[in-house]
Design a protein around this ligand. Structure first.
Ligand code: XUL
Ligand code: CO
Length: 440
């Protein structure tokens, strides 16, 4: 059976009007010593693309999918067929999933694990046939009603144990499928109100949970990179992994900072009141940039809309951080994004991914050129020039003192600050975007 009635999507260049073509993403084209495919490491999110039905809090699902009328196991099997065809047609090498995305939950843990075993075998077979790879897998410890008070931060020890058993199974799946990373998003790890919350106990328990996860991974010889995915709110009013800096403080306090890096999601960054670039920069500066959930929020809405990325300004600045990080490998760019509820046809799954891939490919081209030109580096070097010599250099090297600085200050006759011409910088970025030469 064929699920997507199109030929393999090809690069046709920026003049093409074919909506089933890439305008900027040319997977084999090299920028420096890496191909665009190697720079971008795109991944399909199983949940948004193959499991979700596009329902929202006010309306039922609108998605029209070929597997709609099958029973639960039938749906799961069809989705495996569909995602591998999808990745082939889009030239995407990676995918990601939660345990519950790929197989239905049973009445008991044992039954759920049996369902998982059947589907994981199918996925493994498909991976071997096609060479497609698992970027990361994770555990859904937030949807089921048992997780009403959270999972690893639940007030109920039985729920904690259940959550641990699910992560244990997910780690076994990660090992079996050679998952390159393993993600922990905070799910319902947070609180509704401090009036009835023991925050210290919950955070101590969360740290112990992570330690047990790592020690089980070591026990079974699973070596994928562990990633925390920060988000400030939604579903709980306060999520413990609010942003990268908060997550970093948590990891350092519990001695977990050598075990984890971060999976940074654009829409989570903006919900936290930061730019996407801020979160990437903070992680990069601390050697903690592991992977990216590529999406965008809606500028007028205050929740996690998970739109496909189409804002080239944002993807340019994101790709700048990623290139300066030396790439994301073993992480990648996972489209944690969904079509709008009004884009309900099966072909919209292809069209949304083409949009997201092209927007990141264009961002990569622009950021690569800016780095070749030392665009930001020249601006920064000039701005901080006073720290490269004399007293400034001593400050940076930590070889001065308040007494010496006071003496220095007494000898200053007139302080001259420079204008930073920020508006010029912004228009120059516009010029880079508009003038990028695609080679076509
Ligand atoms: C939720 C979210 C999740 C994680 C994986 O906002 O981003 O899909 O990426 O659990
Ligand atoms: Co995400």
């Amino acid at each position: 059976m064929t699920y997507f009635n199109v030929d393999k999507i090809k690069y046709e260049g920026s003049k093409s009007n074919n909506i089933y073509s890439f305008k900027y993403y040319n997977p084999e084209e090299k920028l420096g010593d890496k191909t665009m495919a190697e720079h971008l490491r795109f991944s399909v999110a199983y949940w948004h693309t193959f499991t979700a039905d596009l329902s929202d809090p006010f309306g039922v699902g609108t998605a029209e999918r070929d597997w709609d009328n099958l029973d639960e196991m039938g749906k799961s099997k069809a989705r495996v067929e569909a995602i591998f065809e999808f990745m082939e047609k889009l030239n995407i090498e990676y995918f990601c999933f939660h345990d519950v995305d790929i197989a239905p939950e049973g009445k008991t843990l044992k039954e759920s694990n049996e369902n998982l075993d059947i589907i994981v075998d199918l996925i493994q077979e498909k991976m071997q046939q096609t060479g497609k790879k698992l970027l990361w897998n994770t555990t859904n410890n937030f949807t089921h009603e048992r997780f009403v008070h959270g999972a690893a931060t639940s007030s109920n020890a039985e729920v904690y144990a259940y959550a641990a058993a699910k992560v244990k199974k997910s780690l076994e799946i990660a090992k079996k499928l050679g998952s390159e990373n393993f993600v922990f998003w905070g799910g319902r790890e947070g609180y509704e109100s401090l009036l009835n919350t023991d925050m210290k106990l919950e955070l101590d328990n969360l740290a112990n949970f992570f330690k047990m996860a790592k020690s089980y991974a070591e026990e079974i010889g699973y070596e994928g990179q562990f990633l925390i995915e920060p988000k400030p709110k939604e579903p709980t009013s306060h999520q413990y992994d609010t942003d990268v800096a908060t997550g970093h403080a948590f990891l350092q306090k519990y001695g977990l900072d050598n075990i984890f890096k971060f999976n940074i999601e654009a829409n989570h960054a903006t919900l936290a009141g930061h730019t996407f670039q801020h979160e990437l920069r903070y992680a990069r500066d601390n050697g903690l940039l592991g992977s990216v959930d590529a999406n965008q929020g809606h500028p007028l809405l205050g929740w996690d809309t998970d739109e496909f990325p189409t804002d080239v300004y944002d993807t340019t600045l994101a790709m700048y951080e990623i290139l300066k990080n030396g790439g994301l490998n073993p992480g990648g760019l996972n489209f944690d994004a969904k079509p709008r509820r009004t884009s309900f046809k099966q072909e919209d799954l292809l069209l949304t991914h083409i949009a997201g891939m092209d927007t990141f490919a264009l961002g990569l081209r622009v950021a690569y050129k800016m780095i070749e030109d030392n665009f930001f580096e020249n601006i920064i070097n000039k701005k901080y020039q006073t720290f490269s010599e004399g007293i400034g250099k001593q400050i940076v090297e930590g070889t001065t003192s308040f007494k010496e600085l006071e003496e220095y200050a007494h000898n200053i006759t007139k302080i001259e600050n420079e204008s930073d011409h920020l508006e010029v910088i912004k228009t120059q970025i516009n010029q880079y975007i508009l003038n990028i030469n695609n080679g076509d």
